[in-house]
Design a protein around this ligand. Structure first.
Ligand SMILES: *Cc1c(COP(=O)(O)O)cnc(C)c1O
Length: 493
């Protein structure tokens, strides 16, 4: 069972405050004293904690332990790839030559950084089988939006302005229809067939002169590889449309499948999922867009080019000829890009293949081990994640959400719940490639134990978690009106 910090160790800094206690020694002032600003701007009532340095460290360390994290527990959150991120990637990103560089420094002073970006563009192009890459987009959804703008610009440049529709399967990630709509397209939903592939008949119906393109999440959010994918790309191309690939979950395909070879014209990757950057707390990400030759002139600026010039700067920033413009300040999230580069270089081509091999093996292992206990709506080999339904448990009175809460008592983070929406009571489990067989086995055992508990004592499961610092939160209020401020009257735990 999980153990958490106690009430004493998480006693709030304000409650530890002792007047006059200080945690820092400031050097003597070596600049002239200045008058304080207008007194009315100073807040006499502002209470600040007066504590020592060890108390601050103690407090924040305990606070960090109240959270689940990938560095402390198994985190099978489907579609999120919450995997272990090797610390070497952070270390390299923190190197002063990378961390201290200023984005406005001229190219001749930042050749090393630009070379790294140029090489990374090359690696990502090779990994996806696509022709050109821009690293400027800062998240998966941001890459999707850039891709949609490029598809729009491409049709417009050809005077083909009737193409207003983008078709998206019902098994796509939720960001896909949002990105297409934001780029001004009319979104048409494509049904999945009974195997979880895109329904080809439905696709033929929308493939006409008003179709700008389709957006395909591969593997789909059902964790499945669409076995008709080459045919899907062909149908769309024959109708004059382009194919967008959501490659956020590339850890299922790395080193084995190239999106460009399947027929995709444009795809994004989530470097903060597949290529190692700690994420989940809303920290920085990167969602580079990779394109075939057709869309290369439309890539977001800047891209890094190599001019092969021995005088001055060989690496430089450039704007593609018909660029859709800038998607972010400067060059993208540089620290995330350094981590991805380091990750790719430390693992190499064989390592890339091992990642996808293990990700898919782990997911199938969990799927096979649990499919007699939890209903498996699409009973076929999965990719990096397995999507179950909690319907069998629900019929005994316990929901997917309550199972997820009970898992916390066993020291496991919840799987993704109620997504994809086409699976009732969905439990989407992504074990990732970085977990050991022992961890998977204990997770499987916990899932089986919970199923047994549901038969024996459903109330106990419904009231879980029992061992966490706080039990049931009002989740709607926690999301909409988070209570983040210290108040004297209100204890924390
Ligand atoms: C995570 C994810 C996204 C969105 O990525 P963000 O970086 O969160 O914007 C899009 N598609 C799929 C399939 C994903 O898993």
């Amino acid at each position: 069972m999980a153990s958490f910090p106690t009430r004493e160790t998480t006693r709030l800094l304000m409650d530890r405050s002792v007047p006059g206690r200080v945690g820092a020694i400031l050097p003597d002032c070596d600049v002239p004293f200045q008058k304080l600003p207008d007194q009315s701007l100073l807040r006499a009532e502002l209470e600040l904690p007066e504590v020592s340095e060890p108390e601050v460290v103690n407090y924040f360390t305990c606070l960090s332990q109240l959270n689940f994290s990938i560095d402390t527990n198994f985190y099978p959150l489907g579609s999120c790839t919450m995997k272990y991120n090797p610390k070497i990637n952070d270390e390299v990103a923190f190197m002063p030559g990378f961390a201290g560089i200023h984005p406005l420094q001229p190219a001749e002073q930042s050749q090393g950084a630009l070379e790294l970006l140029h090489r990374l563009q090359g690696f990502l192009g090779e990994i996806t089988g696509l022709h050109a890459v821009s690293l400027a987009t800062l998240a998966g959804a941001h890459g999707e939006f850039a891709g949609m703008l490029m598809i729009r610009a491409y049709h417009q440049a050809r005077g083909d302005t009737a193409r207003r529709k983008v078709a998206i399967p019902d098994s796509a990630h939720g960001t896909n229809p949002a990105s297409a709509a934001m780029a001004g397209f009319d979104v048409v939903e494509l049904a999945s067939d009974k195997n979880g592939n895109v329904d080809l008949e439905a696709l033929h119906e929308v493939a006409g002169p008003d179709l700008a393109g389709v957006m395909i999440t591969l593997p789909s959010t059902l964790g499945l590889f669409d076995t008709n994918i080459v045919e899907v790309c062909k149908v769309v191309h024959e109708a004059g449309g382009l194919v967008y690939g959501d490659g956020a979950n590339m850890n299922a395909l790395l080193g084995r499948v190239k999106l460009g070879e399947l027929g995709f014209d444009v795809a994004h990757l989530n470097l903060h999922k597949t290529f190692s950057t700690p994420h989940g707390g809303g920290g920085p990400g990167a969602g580079p867009v990779c394109v075939g030759e057709t869309l290369a002139p439309f890539l977001p600026a800047p891209v890094v080019i190599h001019q092969g010039d021995s005088n001055g700067a060989a690496y430089n920033l450039a704007e593609p000829e018909h660029t859709i413009g800038k998607m972010s300040g400067f060059h993208g999230n540089f620290g995330v890009l350094v981590r991805a580069y380091t990750y790719i270089r430390t693992l190499g081509a064989d390592g890339m293949k091992e990642i996808s091999g293990n990700a898919v093996l782990n997911a199938n292992y969990v799927m096979q081990a649990l499919k007699d206990t939890y209903y498996l709506p699409y009973d076929r080999a999965c990719m990096h994640e397995a999507v179950f339904s909690a319907d069998w448990q629900k019929s005994r009175g316990v929901s997917g959400l309550e199972i997820a809460k009970r898992l916390l008592d066993y020291g496991f983070h919840s799987p993704t719940l109620y997504f994809p929406m086409i699976v009732h009571e969905a439990l989407m489990i992504e074990p990732t490639e970085s977990e050991t067989l022992e961890t998977l086995d204990s997770f499987i055992q916990a899932m089986r134990d919970i199923d047994r508990e549901i038969s024996e004592n459903p109330d106990f499961v419904r009231q879980s978690p029992h061992t966490t610092p706080v039990s049931r939160l009002d989740e709607a209020q926690a999301a909409r009106r988070p209570d983040l401020r210290w108040k004297r009257e209100k204890p924390f735990l």
